[in-house]
Design a protein around this ligand. Structure first.
Ligand SMILES: Nc1ncnc2c1ncn2[C@@H]1O[C@H](COP(=O)(O)OS(=O)(=O)O)[C@@H](OP(=O)(O)O)[C@H]1O
Length: 285
């Protein structure tokens, strides 16, 4: 409600939109590093001492206090991020550019279970047969649409429809395609944010440098991202919980075939007629 009443982005601002566990951390890193590439060198980069979530905080955090923040004092453009579904996003937010990222719901779900399990203090790795989060119950809820920020498929379809209506204002990415070709996605992202890479930057390897800087393997090894402190009570997940495997198709290690087929069937049914096609992710070595 606070976001709806008081979030007034400027047209220059960028809004990153994701369902939880769709690759938000990566998108935050790529967009921040790209937008601010002229301000920092790789050897003295904010990512050496700050997590991507500290560099690009969630809107939900800005508005979680009693006092309403004055976001106009922030530099222009500022990158914001949120998990809000389209139906709850204030109309005003559509005046700024939106980057939407989605991921195979099977991997999203598995990632979410691990994250919650970890954050709530259970073991980092679990299967449906070990203790920790009840995977089959969580699966039932997820497939019925009981998720934080609303049903997964409504989330995707809300922004997909808006991207068809206003392609110049909504950039639509999928995690698996970014993993396959991060470089060309980064070029599109930079163009969309209004800071395309110049010929000199291309020649000097700046695009590859940013992809490398923001890669899972690189960020996971940075000390600040290895931090295990955090608590559920304080609503502060450990930084390390945002970096688990970063793989496509990891669902195969946790979901039964029946579960996978069920989620695929729901996805196909929900997306039917929308123009958005879905191919199940399979393991990338
Ligand atoms: N740099 C980079 N590259 C590729 N993948 C990455 C990266 N950083 C995080 N991850 C993986 O993204 C998953 C976490 O999702 P989110 O970042 O969306 O989480 S959150 O919504 O912000 O809480 C989680 O996926 P899983 O490994 O499948 O659990 C992270 O490992």
């Amino acid at each position: 409600m606070a976001i709806q009443a008081h979030f007034k982005p400027r047209p220059s601002d960028i809004l990153l939109l994701t369902s939880p566990k769709s690759g938000t951390t990566w998108l935050k890193a790529l967009s921040f590093a790209t937008l601010h590439r002229h301000s920092f060198s790789l050897s003295d980069h904010p990512f050496l001492t700050n997590t991507p979530h500290q560099c690009v905080p969630f809107l939900e955090r800005f508005f979680s206090h009693r006092t309403i923040p004055n976001l106009n004092v922030l530099p222009s453009p500022t990158i914001f991020a949120t998990h809000l579904p389209f139906s709850l996003l204030p109309q005003r937010a559509l005046r700024c550019r939106i980057v939407f990222l989605w991921r195979d719901p099977k991997d999203t779900f598995v990632s979410l279970c691990h994250f919650l399990d970890r954050w709530m203090g259970s073991s980092a790795e679990h299967t449906s047969t070990t203790q920790g989060l009840d995977l089959s119950k969580a699966f039932q809820m997820f497939s019925q649409g009981t998720s934080a920020f609303g049903p997964f498929w409504d989330h995707v379809l809300g922004y997909w429809t808006e991207s068809l209506r206003s392609p110049e204002m909504v950039l639509f990415f999928r995690y698996e395609e970014m993993i396959e070709d991060a470089v060309s996605h980064l070029r599109r992202l930079a163009q969309f944010m209004g800071c395309p890479f110049s010929m000199e930057e291309e020649r000097d390897g700046v695009v590859d440098d940013i992809v490398q800087l923001c890669s899972f393997d690189n960020l996971r090894e940075v000390e600040v991202n290895k931090d295990n402190k955090g608590s559920f009570e304080e609503k502060r997940p450990p930084a390390s919980s945002f970096f688990r495997k970063g793989k496509v198709g990891d669902w195969v290690n946790y979901l039964s075939m029946e579960m996978a087929e069920k989620l695929d069937a729901i996805t196909k049914e929900k997306l039917h007629g929308s123009g958005l096609t879905f191919e199940s992710s399979s393991v990338v070595p």
